[in-house]
Design a protein around this ligand. Structure first.
Ligand code: PNW
Length: 449
């Protein structure tokens, strides 16, 4: 099963999840450093230390990527390294990313940077974080710093990773940093994140670079398609998860039904004249992160803070399917369907799968890690991606999540997503069976049938 010529094969990480070294070379706190210190927020009381010690082992890690035959590395840049406290530029922080990018290029690996993977400087949270419009302008300043520092070496820039998580898990459910359960703040955060994307996009495009953003997408399936209540919950979830981002980015408007649903939370009050034009700046690529489907019912479920602002009654009934350690059902067909959906419902834009992967406990067999389940997950999803290409989708690349085991946010280090195993005591890296399998895919540009 061959992929189109030039298809980009990569692996992804994010700064806070892998770098460690949280207090060296001038880095200051992000909202995740502060969030991790609050007992109960992260399983096991885990923090950004040691991460995978990527900050200190970056040379070795890039050499490992080269050995695996990867064509691209998706990483994120830590705002609190580059402009600590969102203040003056920190040369030492810039130097780390320059060195990373230079080393990648020496090995012929395309750098695929994301400007924001959730590590907002805590100093900005102290003045309201993403609920404060000013944060969007501060993000554009930071973007300008890094684009000008690295611009000669980078073709494509991604502004944000999964603004849905940043806004709704961070400000409504409160299960991600900054841990606020304030639905009004969450819907304001959605708009300010999109505005931040647009403002940074102006900087990126003015430098003749390619502009992208990454969204996490799920097919939303009503449990009972004959139930008007289930269908309405599915509409609302699709609106909050997908359309509230895709519509303004690709079409220049917010979905009218969702604007109405979010009226009690003050959504339209934060939108100013001219904002949608900024947000709708032409996109050169759209990143899709895919893990699972949402199968949803209007039967009441768990109470308490929820990311689904305004949706009072909902639950996610279990279906008969294998699940990963995250409790997420393995649903490869859903990947074909989200890709087709963007392709069919929106103006055409080149697509990349910027994350896809699975957490499984690793089985050690001698010195090796025989992650048959993760290998199977990747293979079934690559088949699903191939099916989308065969149906006409302009899919240009795939990044597995993740290059190596790392800090899985509120789940700490217990959940392992890596195709490379990390021993957190010794920081020894061991490519798993999935890495060997994926390496063969990347080198041959095909999945063996
Ligand atoms: C994404 N949810 O996060 C992120 O981009 C990665 O940093 C992360 O490690 C990966 O997926 C695996 O979780 C998500 O609860 C975290 O819906 C949580 C959710 C979705 C995405």
């Amino acid at each position: 099963m061959a992929f189109p010529e030039g298809f980009l094969w990569g692996a992804a990480t994010a700064a806070f999840q892998v770098e460690g070294a949280t207090d060296v070379d001038g880095r200051t706190d992000s909202i995740w450093d502060a969030f991790c210190r609050v007992p109960g927020n992260v399983v096991g009381g885990h923090t950004g230390e040691p991460g995978a010690d990527h900050y200190r082992r970056v040379d070795q890690d890039v050499a490992m990527m080269a050995e695996l035959g990867l064509g691209a590395y998706r990483f994120s840049i830590a705002w609190p390294r580059v402009r600590p406290d969102a203040g003056a530029v920190n040369q030492a922080g810039l130097d780390f990313y320059k060195r990373l990018v230079d080393t990648l290029l020496e090995h012929d690996i395309k750098p695929w940077p994301t400007l924001y993977h959730w590590d907002l400087p805590q100093k900005l949270e102290d003045t309201g974080g993403w609920a404060n419009r000013d944060t969007a302008y501060r993000f554009a300043e930071y973007a300008e710093t890094i684009v000008d520092a690295l611009g000669d070496r980078i073709e494509s820039w991604t502004t944000l990773n999964e603004p849905w998580c940043a806004a709704f898990l961070g400000y409504a459910a409160g299960i991600h940093a900054p841990g606020r359960a304030e639905p009004d703040a969450a819907v304001a955060a959605v708009h300010h994140l999109l505005l931040a994307h647009g403002l940074a996009g102006e900087v990126i495009r003015s430098r003749d670079k390619q502009l992208g953003i990454t969204l996490n997408m799920y097919p939303i399936i009503p449990a009972d398609p004959d139930s008007a209540a289930d269908r309405d919950v599915a509409r609302r979830l699709d609106g909050l998860q997908q359309r509230i981002f895709l519509d303004p980015l690709l079409c220049g408007y917010y979905p009218a039904d969702i604007v109405k649903d979010l009226e009690p939370f003050g959504f339209s009050k934060v939108i100013q004249e001219g904002d949608l034009k900024i947000i709708n700046a032409p996109l050169d690529m759209l990143g899709v992160n895919y893990y699972t489907e949402h199968y949803v019912s209007a039967e009441p479920g768990d109470e308490g803070p929820s990311p689904w602002v305004g949706v009072e009654k909902l639950s996610f009934p279990k279906r008969d399917a294998p699940v990963t350690d995250m409790g997420w059902e393995v649903r490869p067909d859903g990947l074909t369907s989200v890709l087709l959906r963007v392709h069919n419902d929106y103006p055409k834009v080149p697509l990349y799968i910027t994350e896809n992967g699975a957490a499984f406990q690793d089985l050690h067999d001698g010195d090796g890690v025989e992650d048959v389940d993760r290998t199977g997950y990747l293979e079934s999803h690559l088949r699903a991606a191939h099916a989308a290409i065969a149906a006409g989708v302009d899919l240009r690349g795939y990044f597995c999540w993740s290059l190596m085991d790392n800090f899985e946010w509120a789940e700490g280090y217990a959940k392992r997503f890596g195709i490379v195993h990390v021993d957190y005591d010794t920081q020894v890296r061991t490519p798993k069976r999935s890495a060997r399998w994926y390496s063969a895919v990347a080198r041959s540009n095909a999945v063996a049938s």
